[in-house]
Design a protein around this ligand. Structure first.
Ligand code: MRU
Length: 351
């Protein structure tokens, strides 16, 4: 299997695999400032909820490394950088979660000197990254008993190592099933408009040696009606307290189609994606991206000059369409209000 690191701290800089150029080119970008990191999150050099959380934490480590006249000045600049990082993409709560975790540490501690502050921020970023990697491995194991020995999945967007720092969540459960010796096949939603499925998920499945076919998003109804599919697995950008889940645009349609064909629909993600402060789906901010993403492909116009397009990057699937939510703390089943709280409390006790 090809080894690639989507996010790496190297020589006091942050090295990101440029996901915009995959699979045609494997290009790494080296970032030196929090402002560059915020831009990389915004322009989707790095994307996927857990991955942007980890990246933002390293962005704060870069900010902490600047020359400062005092600890107070460092704290002020880090708060400011944290706000800019959080604003880069509004839907994925992992971004806010990671930044707030670092900022809370800064607010709650007195630092002897700038060196201790810097090393604390970097250690926290490494911890967040390592925790996400460990969580993903655990998620894969937690899900194993759900799958028959020969299992066919339908997967939306990209939720592999690229999106999560390491191993993957919804793609991680597929990988874990494959590694456990199950015979796995995946229908890969191409995921318009940024094609995370066709470009990134297919690239990752190739490297894992897992057989797959790419389908256009609109084919999911036909596939679920005419082919054997055991489960739909998708990631998540924010899970509200009642279980309603924001994920890549098209997830909601898929959930309805899965329900119509009695195919179980699983949300897969770490507890860092559960936001108990957001009561329901209506309270989740939905990012709207540039209409060019719809009207152009590789900068070539596919719509009439000046065509209008509406481009919400995420949608919210109501809890009633979700069979279960698979986390590193276990599998949450309805009623989600209780089961999600239990998952978060378990995670907090272990942290
Ligand atoms: O716009 P993207 O590519 O960042 O959207 C990614 C998704 O919607 C993923 O499903 C989600 O972030 C979970 S990644 C494990």
């Amino acid at each position: 299997m090809h080894i690639y690191k989507p996010i790496e701290w190297k020589n006091n800089a942050l090295v990101l695999l440029d996901q915009r150029q995959l699979p045609q080119k494997t290009v790494y970008l080296t970032l030196h400032t929090a402002a560059e990191v915020a831009e990389a999150i915004r322009n989707m050099t790095v994307r996927g909820a857990p991955a942007i959380g980890v990246t933002a934490a390293y962005g704060l480590a870069l900010e902490a490394g600047k020359p400062y006249s005092s600890i107070d000045k460092a704290q002020i600049d880090l708060e400011q950088a944290g706000r800019i990082l959080i604003e880069a993409r509004p839907t994925a709560v992992n971004l806010t979660w990671a930044v707030e975790r670092v900022l809370k540490h800064l607010q709650g501690n007195k630092f002897k000197n700038l060196e201790t502050l810097r090393s604390d921020v970097l250690t926290l970023a490494h911890d967040i990254a390592a925790e996400e990697a460990a969580n993903n491995l655990q998620i894969g194991q937690n899900a194993l008993s759900l799958w028959p020995d020969e299992v066919k999945f339908l997967h939306h967007c990209n939720t592999g190592a690229l999106a999560t720092f390491d191993y993957g969540t919804a793609l991680g459960v597929i990988r874990a099933a494959h590694e456990a010796g199950k015979k796995v096949f995946v229908y890969v939603d191409e995921t318009r408009p940024r094609l995370q499925g066709a470009r990134l998920t297919a690239w990752e499945l190739e490297q894992m040696g897992i057989p797959y076919q790419i389908i256009v998003d609109g084919a999911s109804g036909h596939v679920l009606k005419t082919r054997e599919v055991h489960a739909v697995t998708v990631g998540c950008d924010r899970i509200a307290a009642n279980g309603a889940t924001a994920n890549k645009i098209g997830t909601y349609n898929l959930a309805i189609v899965a329900r119509a064909h009695n195919v179980p629909f699983y949300i897969v993600g770490p507890t860092s994606t559960i936001d108990l402060d957001t009561p329901d789906g209506n309270s989740i901010p939905i990012e709207e991206r540039n209409s060019d993403e719809i009207t152009q492909v590789n900068e070539v116009s596919i719509a009439p000059q000046g065509a209008a397009a509406y481009n919400p990057a995420f949608d919210v699937t109501p809890a009633e369409y979700i069979t279960a939510i698979i986390t590193e703390q276990g599998i949450a089943y309805p009623p989600f209000k209780e089961s999600l709280r239990e998952m978060v409390e378990k995670a907090n006790r272990r942290r």
